[in-house]
Design a protein around this ligand. Structure first.
Ligand code: ZN
Ligand code: ZN
Length: 472
């Protein structure tokens, strides 16, 4: 889905890809950052055709069926708000898979399966009990949307009041993703679903309202102003006129800020898909929040320092957390390895004093299963990195950051399942009830050496297939 925006410098109309975090005008060359993309924003969709034309076609069609003296007595353009939620669903399923052995006996084996699918969902943000269009369906994907602007939507247009709050929309989304039962040969006995990277938008969708008169009869028709199909709906137009929102903006539409480091003024490198911007001049990192840049602290692992420039640095969120269950708190690495044992012998004394860290990839990924396996292994190793605040990032090849901290916390919960063996009954029972309490968070950039089709982390030597990542 593209966002149609007007270049604030030259006035040209430009399409911004939904995920883009930077905007460069094709006409005047200015580079700016659209704000608020990580918050709820309001958009509208322009109607196709003016109401008079649509109305005429409608009357013609009706007359063909029913040749009465029909005419349009009044018409209105109105918009109804829909929630649109997008994200990725991560779902772990644990259970049993039943099958038949070659000699015909019924048998089963423990099964553990990770699914990840992109998720797009639209639903009314108003009382839709008398409404025929419950979802904008797949076409919402192909539509162009514009930042909410009452003037562009039509000064006379009416707005249906939003009654489903953001909180309620988020609950609705959560309920929709957790529906997962057993199917066929698969019996699920433990599952978790997380919606990660979710983005909520309020989309104002256009409708035409017509009152048709003929032979002393009055008919009201509501037409989808995009497809021009009549939909089953009932609208109290007088109530709508009284309660219409007017020019008040429900959620801030997007705005622009300069694409420069707020500390030293240096222009950031043009990386349209990163959430966090590193300044090559003063080495600070920034994230946009509510229209301003806020600093993000990060560290660099110093292993293999002489080869620094030959490495690719991949960013991970390191979340230090306590695993809480109704019966026990898992705080130290001794507790951790009690849950997720390693085959090799560990220095028990050292483990007692160390906290539990989760390593969540913050870079963009293509193959979820491979990257998840890597993150689970890295987390199970609980490595101790020598790290420092960076003095210069000028020469560092840093990956784009796709996953914000809030989402990383959700992924840490998914990682608990990733580390659980399907045959390990006790751990399964504990993980099912576990919650995480985060005590510290750091963005940590780890150096990877390129070797054939792999990238190898310099200190742990853990390998990641290059084609599992989506690097630029
Ligand atoms: Zn421009
Ligand atoms: Zn700077």
């Amino acid at each position: 889905m593209n966002i149609v925006i007007t270049c604030p410098q030259c006035g040209a109309e430009i399409d911004l890809e939904e995920e883009d975090t930077v905007f460069r005008c094709r006409y005047c060359g200015s580079t700016l950052k659209p704000t608020g993309r990580n918050q709820v924003q309001s958009f509208f969709i322009s109607p196709r055709q003016i109401p008079q034309k649509v109305g005429k076609a409608l009357v013609r069609a009706l007359k063909a069926r029913n040749p009465k003296q029909l005419h349009i007595a009044e018409h209105y353009l109105f918009y109804a708000p829909y929630w649109r939620v997008t994200g990725m669903i991560f779902q772990w399923l644990f259970g049993r898979k039943y099958f038949r052995t070659p000699d015909g006996d019924k048998s089963w084996k423990d099964l553990k399966k990770l699914r990840s699918t992109p998720w797009v969902h639209t639903f009314p943000a108003f009382d839709a009990s008398r409404w025929g269009l419950f979802s904008l369906g797949l076409r919402a994907q192909a539509l162009k949307i514009c930042p909410f602007n009452k003037q562009e939507m039509g000064n006379d247009s009416l707005l249906v009041k939003q009654t489903i709050s953001f909180r309620e929309a988020a609950d609705h989304a959560q309920r929709s993703i957790t529906k997962q039962g057993s199917t066929g040969s698969l019996q699920v006995d433990m599952a978790t679903s997380e919606l990660v990277g979710e983005r909520y938008s309020l989309l104002y969708f256009p409708f035409y309202y017509y009152t048709l008169k003929g032979n002393r009869q009055k008919t009201v028709l509501i037409v989808d102003a995009l497809s021009h199909k009549v939909i089953k709906a009932s609208v109290d137009i007088d109530e709508l006129k009284t309660n219409s929102l007017g020019g008040k903006i429900p959620y801030k539409p997007l705005n622009f800020i300069p694409y420069n480091c707020p500390n030293c003024g240096w222009e950031f490198s043009f990386r349209p898909r990163t959430m966090i911007h590193f300044c090559k001049s003063c080495s600070r990192a920034w994230q946009e929040r509510e229209g301003a840049y806020v600093p993000v602290s990060y560290k660099i692992s110093l292993h293999d320092k002489p080869a620094k420039t030959h490495c690719k640095y991949l960013a991970f969120w390191r979340l230090t957390a306590v695993i809480k269950t109704p019966g026990r708190e898992y705080k130290t690495l001794t507790d951790f390895y009690d849950l997720f044992p390693l085959p090799r012998v560990l220095d028990q004394e050292a483990l007692k004093s160390r906290n539990i860290s989760f390593y969540i990839p913050a870079f963009r990924i293509k193959n979820v299963i491979i990257v998840d396996k890597f993150a689970a292994r890295l987390t199970q190793m609980q490595p101790k990195f020598t790290e420092s605040e960076p003095d210069s990032v000028e020469e560092l090849d840093l990956s784009d950051i796709w996953l914000p901290l809030k989402e990383a916390k959700e992924m840490a919960h998914v990682l608990l399942y990733s580390m659980t063996k399907e045959t390990h009954k006790r751990t399964k029972e504990i993980v099912k009830k576990a919650e995480l309490q985060f005590v510290d968070t750091t963005l940590l950039c780890l150096p990877f050496m390129e070797k054939g089709i792999y990238l190898r982390e310099a200190q742990t030597d853990l390998a990641l297939q290059k084609n599992a990542l989506d690097l630029d």
